[in-house]
Design a protein around this ligand. Structure first.
Ligand SMILES: NC(=O)c1ccc[n+]([C@@H]2O[C@H](COP(=O)([O-])OP(=O)(O)OC[C@H]3O[C@@H](n4cnc5c(N)ncnc54)[C@H](O)[C@@H]3O)[C@@H](O)[C@H]2O)c1
Length: 283
């Protein structure tokens, strides 16, 4: 970086851009939003007024003339790959919303383009950067939890209607799937962060409403190559819960993902037997 703030463009100004990306960039001293693009002129006008962004485009290709360093891509899932490849082909770095793409082939094309163009391609997996998760991860990395025995990554929440009224969320050809590609992907990211690569997965799930046409509840058991198991439990039907539990050979940690707090990180009873002490906080 030259020391100047990064010049950022945002493509797609729906709820995730409005509530997450644009306010986040504005808060940062290292970047500024210089232009936004959306097909919908009303959305563009609202975004421009709310955040004071002068340059707006209905065609994102025109926005790419603005000498941007980085583009945040916040369009519906089935467009991620095409838009990201268009941007990277111009030599511009990309932060693309999750899921990276709606097929493995598209994802591979994106990764190849990033390598060919020597630009960075990053998928938005923000939960691993939540301070409470980072603290749990530091404790684990410092060896205080020992080796992973098991993990539970659970997210039970409302169907996305409460988030966006966009219809593509309910069309698996455009969304890329059901609950796993929508929110499961975040919890899976946390399992992989702590547990590392996976050598076996068994899963069960389905559309238990019988009306949606995509998975609404999925439970998966992951076997980590380095040992230990991870349980992914995501549901649009169960009562609200958002928790990450890490059980190690030397301690346990629980992150309350709803209130962003590390609830506890304590030595386990096997350690206690040796030490003859009460559970002690590691935070
Ligand atoms: N990381 C997270 O936690 C998180 C949360 C919610 C949504 N998302 C992801 O963010 C993305 C957007 O979600 P959303 O809820 O804001 O969707 P949305 O459909 O409500 O908004 C998308 C916007 O993109 C615009 N758009 C569509 N095609 C375009 C094009 N070709 N050029 C320019 N603009 C275009 C639409 O007009 C709309 O304003 C999705 O990929 C979704 O999966 C991520």
């Amino acid at each position: 970086m030259s020391g100047e703030p990064l010049r950022v463009g945002v493509i797609g100004c729906g709820p995730i851009a409005e509530r997450g990306h644009i306010p986040g960039i504005i808060k940062s001293k290292e970047a500024r939003v210089v232009a936004v693009a959306d097909l919908d002129t009303k959305v563009l006008e609202k975004t421009s007024k709310k955040f004071g962004i002068a340059k707006t485009f209905t065609d994102y290709h025109q926005m790419l003339e603005e000498k941007l360093d980085l583009v945040h891509i916040c369009v519906p899932n089935h467009l991620h790959s095409k838009v990201a490849i268009d941007v990277m082909t111009r030599g511009v770095h990309v932060l693309v919303e999750k899921p990276l793409a709606t097929s493995v082939h598209e994802a591979e094309q994106m990764v190849k383009t990033a390598a060919d163009q020597k630009v960075k391609l990053c998928e938005a997996k923000q939960w691993r950067y939540v301070p409470a998760v980072q603290r749990g991860y530091d404790i684990y990395k410092n060896g205080k939890l020992g080796r992973i025995v098991s993990m539970l990554a659970q997210w039970h929440t409302d169907i996305p209607l409460t988030w966006s009224h966009a219809q593509w969320y309910y069309n698996p050809e455009k969304s890329g799937g059901g609950i796993v590609s929508d929110i499961g992907i975040h919890m899976l990211d946390l399992l992989l962060l702590f547990g590392g690569p996976v050598n076996h997965v068994s899963a069960s799930g389905g559309d238990y409403t019988g009306t949606m046409g995509f998975d609404t509840s999925v439970q998966a058991l992951l076997q980590f190559s380095g040992g230990g198991t991870g349980i992914l439990d995501v549901s649009w039907l169960a009562p609200y819960s958002k928790i990450l539990d890490i059980v190690g050979t030397g301690g346990i940690a629980t992150v309350d993902m709803q209130y962003y707090s590390l609830l506890h990180a304590t030595k386990t009873s096997s350690t206690l037997c040796r030490d003859c002490t009460r559970p002690s906080s590691m935070t």
